[in-house]
Design a protein around this ligand. Structure first.
Ligand SMILES: [Fe+2]
Length: 219
């Protein structure tokens, strides 16, 4: 099935505390954990056998290090998600996967091709990556795309801009993040899981936590 991907966007800078970017950079440097993702989850859309190193700060650590971000996630950001989607929206009860930091460094790291299990994904960008510098989010317009080549063949692209807050439904749109062009560049984003009455937190696939958070090594 083909459907052009779309998203809702806000400029969240007016809601963010002074020094928020420096603080999140520091937290990424201190708490980020690296893991080799073996693409076996039900939500993976990698070609068979793919192994993707990913670096994240999970919500347990993040909510302790930046309680203001947890408050924004549960409060003002959740209100914006409701306004964007025009329905009742809830934040996750489980802090581990409610709000995370995704950290990507240099030319070798990217993020796994996958579909979301949650009906509304929030994304706050901490760093800016203009066209030509890599780090773009690539989202397939076709629900049956598997692997980077098929996603790239018919896709929509989002270039991260610091302070941008996006909401979208990517349950039927496989997506991944491209590597950065500069080996010294760092990309940081804040993915946030939201739920609706029609697709609740209880519907989250049981293998996802194991897939995303287990067996991680300190970065
Ligand atoms: Fe996603």
């Amino acid at each position: 099935m083909r459907q052009l991907f779309h998203w809702h966007g806000f400029d969240a800078t007016a809601l963010l505390p002074r020094g928020w970017q420096d603080e999140l950079h520091q937290i990424a440097g201190t708490w980020a954990v690296r893991k080799d993702l073996v693409a076996t989850s039900v939500t993976s859309r990698e070609t068979p056998g793919a192994v993707i190193p990913v670096t994240t700060v999970d919500g347990g650590d993040l909510s302790k290090a930046a309680p203001w971000l947890q408050e924004l996630y549960e409060g003002p950001f959740c209100e914006l998600a409701k306004a964007a989607f025009g329905c009742e929206v809830t934040s996750a009860q489980n802090r581990q996967y409610g709000v995370n930091l995704n950290v990507q460094r240099g030319e070798l790291e990217r993020y796994e091709a996958h579909v979301d299990s949650n009906p509304i994904q929030g994304l706050l960008y901490v760093t800016t990556h203009p066209p030509g510098t890599g780090g773009e989010l690539v989202i397939a317009n076709r629900s049956d795309a598997i692997g980077l080549e098929q996603i790239d063949a018919d896709c929509s692209i989002i270039h991260p801009m610091a302070g941008s807050l996006l909401f979208f439904d990517a349950r039927l749109h496989p997506h991944y993040v491209r590597p950065l062009a500069d080996k010294n560049a760092v990309r940081i984003s804040v993915p946030m899981n939201y739920y609706t009455d029609e697709s609740t937190e209880d519907d989250r696939p049981s293998d996802l936590n194991e897939h995303l958070f287990a067996s991680r090594e300190n970065d």
